[in-house]
Design a protein around this ligand. Structure first.
Ligand SMILES: Nc1ncnc2c1ncn2[C@@H]1O[C@H](COP(=O)(O)OP(=O)(O)OP(=O)(O)O)[C@@H](O)[C@H]1O
Ligand SMILES: [Mg+2]
Length: 274
């Protein structure tokens, strides 16, 4: 299968002397959900900005559907990418939730009825349709993020990038957004990039790409990543609590029935043991 997204030896620096990305190469397959992880300042948001043409590489190339991004085709390619950022308040426009959701469709040659159809579809996907006439500024943080996601979905993107979209939300709102993302994963062909420090969100990804020291330091599954302890530490990522407990038990020479039990399995084993 041809990759949906490809970075080929991308170099990037904001200031000439400080390199942010050095020879960064990776591929994302169509329809896949990939998590992009790395310490603060490792260049995750920079990658999102390169992919959406807000920045251009100093060296190397970025391809979407085998087409190299250029200043000429950027505007067209960007229409196929939906973005949600960290801060809910940065993404509020318009007097109502519906207007906010329609915002990205203005100037896109979308007819009025089609616009209304897409706004309804997008707001239903994030369970915010009943809030369509509300003032977006008065919503909760989690609701604002769902509206921001609806705005990204209204453009019917092929690629959806969530850049720390849940990091300012409370656990309940986080979980709601994660459930919505899980439903979006069923949507055929939608490629999703989750930029995150959140372990629960990491669990949604089929593949994880980790950045460290200006480069891709790891690609693989989250379960594989949890065995790279030095890298996890450098990336300020903690192990899921159930794995941490198992490492501690193993360190005490407690024999475990299998490697990397999930939380349910661990509880089942512990309760039988006690
Ligand atoms: N506009 C800018 N001008 C100069 N340097 C910048 C700019 N934006 C980011 N940087 C620097 O580039 C590096 C990568 O930043 P980036 O925002 O991509 O990191 P990140 O991985 O998204 O971090 P975080 O987890 O904190 O969001 C950092 O060292 C940062 O200080
Ligand atoms: Mg960032």
């Amino acid at each position: 299968m041809q990759p949906k997204i490809e970075f080929r030896k991308v170099d990037f620096a904001y200031q000439t002397e400080v390199s942010v990305l050095k020879h960064v190469s990776f591929q994302v397959q169509p329809g896949q959900t990939v998590a992009l992880v790395g310490a603060n300042g490792s260049g995750k948001s920079t990658i999102a900005k390169l992919l959406t043409g807000l920045l251009t590489p100093n060296q190397g190339s970025i391809l979407v559907d085998q087409t190299t991004l250029t200043p000429q085709n950027m505007a067209e390619l960007r229409q196929r990418i939906g973005l949600v950022f960290q801060n809910p308040d940065d993404q509020i426009v318009g007097a109502t939730v519906a207007e906010n959701t329609a915002f990205g469709l203005e100037n896109r040659n979308v007819s009025r009825p089609e616009m209304q159809r897409r706004v309804q579809m997008a707001l239903e996907q994030v369970e915010m349709w009943e809030y369509r006439d509300r003032e977006p500024g008065l919503l909760s943080g989690g609701q604002k993020q769902r509206v921001a996601l609806a705005s990204a979905l209204a453009i019917t993107p092929e690629i959806l990038i969530l850049d720390e979209a849940t990091s300012m939300l409370d656990p309940q709102a986080k979980q709601e957004l994660n459930q919505i993302i899980q439903r979006l994963q069923q949507q055929v062909g939608l490629t999703i990039i989750l930029i995150t420090h959140d372990l629960e969100m990491l669990a949604l990804a089929e593949r994880v790409i980790a950045l460290d020291r200006q480069q891709v330091a790891f690609t693989g599954t989250a379960a594989e990543l949890f065995h790279q302890e030095d890298l996890l530490m450098r990336m300020q990522l903690e192990l899921p609590f159930s794995l941490q407990v198992q490492r501690d038990l193993a360190a005490q020479q407690v024999p475990l029935p299998a490697n990397d039990l999930n939380e349910k399995e661990l509880i089942a084993w512990l309760t039988k043991l006690l």
